[in-house]
Design a protein around this ligand. Structure first.
Ligand code: UDP
Ligand code: MG
Length: 321
């Protein structure tokens, strides 16, 4: 059983992998960490470039490097779940392959872990490496998520963190399929501390996220984190019903006092349009949840494994969820 499992989801990262392993090995061999044994679990999330060959090369030359190949691209969160499932360390550290999560931070993580924290979470002290739009949209997301969800999430915390075996086991006991790791990491709780860092830009290659993907990711997060958007319609409906009642009263009184006046097209069409769109929004939100209920009920696995290399003869080879 290694002390530290590094979990690395990789999707078309051939350009950065050499540099990634060089920096990671250097950190593992450093004075502060050389007494710890490492395991590096890479998840090849359906890469179409030379990523698979590079991982194979490293797994052959270094027994610490193991990898799982998915049958196609299943997304970063599914990769993380697979990594956590297959890893066997006393603690696990999920990190990106593009060196945006600096391996040098592992030393600080481990020091905090030794102090007794079960979760050591890396939090970005600034987001200068992001565009203005990305900064603003992510700020909005965190604000909204924290306002509506059952458990608030620290701002600017990604998946880069150290979690102890206890936390890994707690995460593995969750059976949900529409996974949003950021939320789940936070949901399980345990004694947590944060470490600040400056997130560098990508070493090379390009990001796998566009705004449409991020929007859907945010929806996943919110629907997984809270049912408030579903429940709020009782209150929206009650408020508008009260307002309509007041308005109806006003109309009746006005008709009694001032007699019938037919014109009223503007107010009529405005209210029809307004309530029509409110209902459509409500239906859309139901749709978001019902779609996810379908996914849960279908119970498909989160990922399909093509092959695993470096995990030895243990039964973990064929494990799937
Ligand atoms: N990734 C993955 N599957 C995907 C998309 C991304 O495994 O479908 C990996 C990717 O290789 C990288 C990490 O997730 O190691 C973060 O991706 P990226 O750097 O593109 O995201 P960003 O840092 O821009 O948010
Ligand atoms: Mg990145």
């Amino acid at each position: 059983m290694p002390d530290i499992s590094i979990i690395v989801p990789v999707y078309n990262e051939a350009e950065v992998l050499d540099e990634f392993f060089r920096r990671l090995f250097a950190v593992a061999a450093s004075e502060a960490l050389k007494e710890y044994s490492f395991e590096i679990v890479c998840i090849d999330d359906g890469s179409t470039d030379a990523t698979g060959e590079i991982l194979h090369k490293y797994s052959q030359s270094d027994p610490r490097v193991k990898y799982i190949t998915f049958s196609r691209n299943f997304g970063k969160d599914a990769s993380l779940i697979a990594g956590l499932k297959y890893c066997s360390g006393c603690c696990a550290i999920p990190m990106d392959a593009d060196l945006q999560d600096p391996p040098e931070l592992i030393e600080k993580f481990v020091a905090k872990w030794r102090e007794g924290y079960e979760v050591v979470c890396a939090v970005r002290s600034n987001r200068d490496s992001d565009s203005y739009l990305k900064r603003k949209t992510s700020e909005l997301f965190y604000k909204f998520y924290n306002a509506v969800s059952d458990r608030s999430m620290p701002y600017n915390a990604g998946d880069f963190r150290l979690i102890s075996r206890k936390v890994v086991n707690a995460l593995m006991s969750l059976r949900e399929r529409s996974v949003f790791m950021k939320g789940l990491f936070n949901w399980v709780g345990f004694r947590t501390c944060v470490v600040e860092y400056v997130r560098p830009p990508r070493a090379s290659g390009r990001t796998k996220w566009d705004y449409w993907k991020l929007w859907n990711f945010a929806l996943d997060g919110i629907t997984a984190g809270t049912t408030l958007p579903l429940r709020i319609w009782t209150y929206v409906g009650s408020c508008t019903a009260l307002l309509s009642l007041a308005y109806a009263f006003y109309i009746v009184v006005r008709t009694i006092v001032r007699g019938v006046d037919v014109p009223g097209y503007a107010s009529l069409i405005v209210s029809i349009l307004f309530f029509g769109s409110v209902q459509l929004i409500a239906l859309g939100i139901f749709g978001e949840y019902i779609g996810r209920i379908c996914t849960e009920v279908r119970g498909r696995p989160l990922y399909v494994v093509d092959k695993t290399v470096g995990f030895g003869e243990s039964g973990r080879e064929s494990k799937n969820i």
